[in-house]
Ligand binder design. Structure first.
Ligand code: HEC
Length: 234
């Protein structure tokens, strides 16, 4: 009984951490470095989304969000009425993507496109085999192709960069690209939970309030018991 509970628990905590790689190995998700308190990063990510992703993806829950609107993400500009998509797949709404897939998943997905002449889009992806999304980030990241198979460690765990190699450098260095994708994923995490930073802030106030209440209650208790003891002695 305990063992099966433990197994279920382990499964729950471990599944979001990795996904199947192409070679049947376990692809370790890269860390997106999401920080809900870094508003400047969220704003940069929103701008990047507006100019690179919104041609295809909607973000309907962001329609009343001030930060998103300031970055140019407005309901009117979202592709809501497009009926026919190239390659026949409707791009999903990404409002809750960070909650559904996790920030690290999106970050890794955006890093692991590679050239594949067999695909109609000319691109494939390590995380989502045969993805219908074209490689939108290629101008920035550059072109990648599948690398020669490398020996992996004991647990058959590989990082996305173990499986591909850069054949053409894009307009960004790899550090710049990482930082840009971090901003973008930070924004998508914000889109999924816009009140997260606020909730954390309120949480500290609540804890502070409880701490003060505890001290007051402690002295109140002492006061009561002083009387109780006095009565006993009488
Ligand atoms: C040319 C249209 C197009 C553009 C531009 C585009 N995407 Fe996509 N995207 C798609 C399509 C189509 C899919 C569905 C892929 C599939 O289901 O195989 C997709 C899927 C995704 C998914 C995975 C959804 C899932 O859970 O499987 C994520 C995350 C994503 N896109 C993020 C982005 C981001 C971030 C950008 C901007 C950098 C972007 N996309 C730009 C077309 C696009």
């Amino acid at each position: 009984m305990i063992r099966s509970i433990l197994a279920v628990f382990l499964l729950m905590v471990s599944t979001p951490l990795w996904a199947e790689g192409t070679a049947g190995e376990t692809l370790v998700l890269a860390k997106a470095g999401v920080n809900p308190a870094n508003v400047a990063s969220i704003k940069r990510g929103a701008k990047f989304f507006a100019s690179n992703c919104m041609v295809c993806h909607t973000l309907v829950y962001m329609r009343y969000d001030k930060l998103a609107q300031e970055a140019g993400i407005t309901y009117e500009k979202m592709p809501l009425n497009v009926k026919t998509w190239p390659f026949g797949v409707t791009p999903p709404d990404l409002s809750l993507e960070a909650s559904v897939r996790g920030a690290d998943w999106i970050y890794t997905y955006l890093h692991s496109f590679y050239q594949d002449a067999a695909r109609p889009t000319g691109a494939n992806n390590l995380l989502v085999a045969n993805t219908a999304m074209p490689n939108i980030v290629a101008p920035y990241q550059g072109d990648q192709m599948l690398a020669e198979h490398v020996a992996t460690d004991l647990f058959n765990q590989v990082e996305w960069y173990d499986l591909v190699k850069l054949t053409r450098q894009g307009t960004m260095s790899s550090e710049e690209f990482d930082a840009t994708m971090s901003d973008l994923v930070n924004f998508l995490a914000y889109a999924a939970e816009p009140y997260r930073a606020e909730q954390e802030r309120i949480g500290w106030w609540v804890l502070g309030f409880l701490a003060i209440l505890f001290v007051l209650m402690y002295f109140l208790k002492r006061e009561y018991w002083r009387d109780v003891k006095k009565h006993r002695e009488e």
